[in-house]
Design a protein around this ligand. Structure first.
Ligand SMILES: Nc1ncnc2c1ncn2[C@@H]1O[C@H](COP(=O)(O)OP(=O)(O)OP(=O)(O)O)[C@@H](O)[C@H]1O
Ligand SMILES: [Mg+2]
Length: 457
């Protein structure tokens, strides 16, 4: 089934169009059928799409395809109850197979007035306004269905106007492209309030449609994530410090989750953790539940901050901690069987964490953890906390009911000091460090001391 996705932020110039277009090309190149719907009267997505064609720079030639405004105008002007999507001509990309465009139109800004009226009047018995209120959803989902698009990616302008409102509400989900700065941080806060208001109002409007045999659309777009981009690098290759500060603030302010997505989410985390391990990396973290939508309203949630705290305090070993509130939620809603049968949660010493072991994954995880230990063992000598991570992981593997018969532990146990013990070899890293320190003491303090000495001061 097609998905309608919008890239939205009421702050301008944050890379909405650029991100959308690059994602569209990537998806098309991966074999998906994609429509870029340019719902922004600035037409930047259209420009990106058509810039490579000769017609674009020829003033005598009109642009190909039907524009979004041309498609919707008969509805706005009351000529038809609904737009016939089979008559809307799309533009196929001459470069990327599977990529199509519903062209933007500068005149589409006139739609602000029509759609603003519809938003105000659709709750009344005025069928014309009700049909206009449904027009954008009908057009985009109708085209998606007609042409079997995998994704329709909608570009909107940086406003909270009626066009953007209808496109966001018509979508299944939205991304928020961001630049980490003060105004974006403010914009995200405004966005939360605005979207809550739109969704609430839509619920009220939608209730009035049944007597007119009109079907409203769901109007509950799902927050899919923030795309934070740092292309304004100020020096060198790292973003400026203030960007990092704002980025953290923005991250804390956004979180989404739905109860019925928790199990698939944990499953995804499990795959990620195993795949990290196979790349030779231990992963640690924390999963916390927090509602994003509450009775249709968008809310901020402190989930990231809580997850960060939990990770800092408890995830000292390579594991993903699971917050109590996830378990409580399943128990209070009588769904514990769902969580229990998923075998995704382990308990050890009163803490809960993500279980990545099952009969199929045990040998894979064992081999990856063993290889990782062998790769790092020469660096572990004398480093107790790093060593403890491997020990914990090995214990976790061998405490599992899925231990593969014949598998061996890979971390040597403690041994008694004997005459063969080479005390020097036991800790080469420390030995090297103390030798360096002895040399420094002898020659002066660090590099600066040595330079001064060389200059004869
Ligand atoms: N990753 C990037 N690297 C370099 N330049 C970028 C990047 N992303 C965006 N830009 C540039 O930043 C400018 C703004 O980007 P873009 O038009 O995508 O933002 P927008 O959010 O769609 O703006 P608007 O709100 O006006 O629609 C453009 O000139 C674009 O080329
Ligand atoms: Mg744009």
């Amino acid at each position: 089934m097609s998905k309608l996705i919008t890239f939205y932020n009421n702050k301008g110039g944050v890379s909405k169009t650029t991100t959308l277009f690059n994602l569209a090309v990537h998806l098309a190149e991966s074999g998906k059928k994609i429509l870029v719907a340019d719902c922004d009267p600035q037409c930047n997505a259209t420009e990106l799409f058509l810039a490579s064609s000769e017609e674009f720079d020829d003033p005598d030639k009109s642009l190909p395809g039907t524009s979004i405004y041309e498609a919707l105008r008969p509805r706005f002007e009351g000529e038809v109850a609904r737009v016939d999507v089979t008559k809307v001509e799309l533009v196929a990309s001459p470069i990327y197979k599977g990529l199509h465009l519903l062209r933007g139109d500068l005149e589409f800004s006139s739609a602000e007035g029509y759609l603003a009226n519809a938003t105000n009047q659709a709750i009344t018995e005025n069928v014309h306004e009700k049909n206009t209120y449904l027009a954008i959803h009908r057009l985009l989902s109708g085209i998606a269905f007609e042409h079997r698009f995998d994704y329709v990616l909608c570009d909107v302008g940086p406003s909270t106007g009626a066009i953007t409102r209808m496109v966001v509400l018509a979508s299944d989900g939205f991304f928020i492209p961001l630049t980490p700065d003060r105004f974006c941080s403010q914009a995200v806060r405004v966005l939360g309030r605005v979207l809550t208001e739109w969704i609430k109002r839509h619920e009220e409007i939608a209730k009035t449609f049944a007597p007119f045999k009109l079907k409203p659309f769901p109007g509950k777009p799902c927050f899919l994530g923030a795309v934070i981009q740092n292309f304004k690098v100020h020096s060198g290759t790292s973003p400026k410090v203030s960007y990092q500060r704002w980025q953290e603030k923005i991250n804390d302010g956004l979180k989404t989750s739905k109860q019925d997505q928790v199990v698939p989410f944990l499953r995804l985390l499990k795959r990620v953790q195993i795949s990290f391990l196979r790349q030779g990396l231990f992963l640690r973290g924390a999963a916390v539940y927090a509602r994003h939508f509450q009775s249709g309203k968008l809310t901020y949630s402190p989930a990231l901050t809580r997850a960060h705290k939990l990770e800092q305090e408890s995830a000292i070993y390579p594991r993903i901690m699971i917050d109590h509130n996830i378990l409580e939620m399943f128990y209070s809603s009588d769904q514990q069987a769902k969580l229990v049968t998923s075998c995704l949660v382990s308990e050890w010493n009163g803490t809960f964490f993500l279980n990545i072991l099952e009969p199929k994954t045990w040998p894979v995880v064992h081999a990856a953890a063993r290889d990782l230990f062998h790769r790092d063992s020469h660096k572990l000598a004398g480093k107790e906390s790093a060593f403890a991570k491997h020990v914990w992981f090995e214990n976790y593997l061998f405490a599992s009911p899925y231990v593969k018969r014949g598998s061996k532990r890979y971390i040597p146990g403690p041994r008694l000091l004997d005459e063969k013990a080479d005390v020097v070899r036991l800790n080469p890293a420390q030995r090297q460090k103390s030798a360096r320190e002895r040399m420094r003491k002898h020659e002066g303090v660090g590099d600066k001391g040595q330079r001064l000495k060389a200059k004869g001061y």
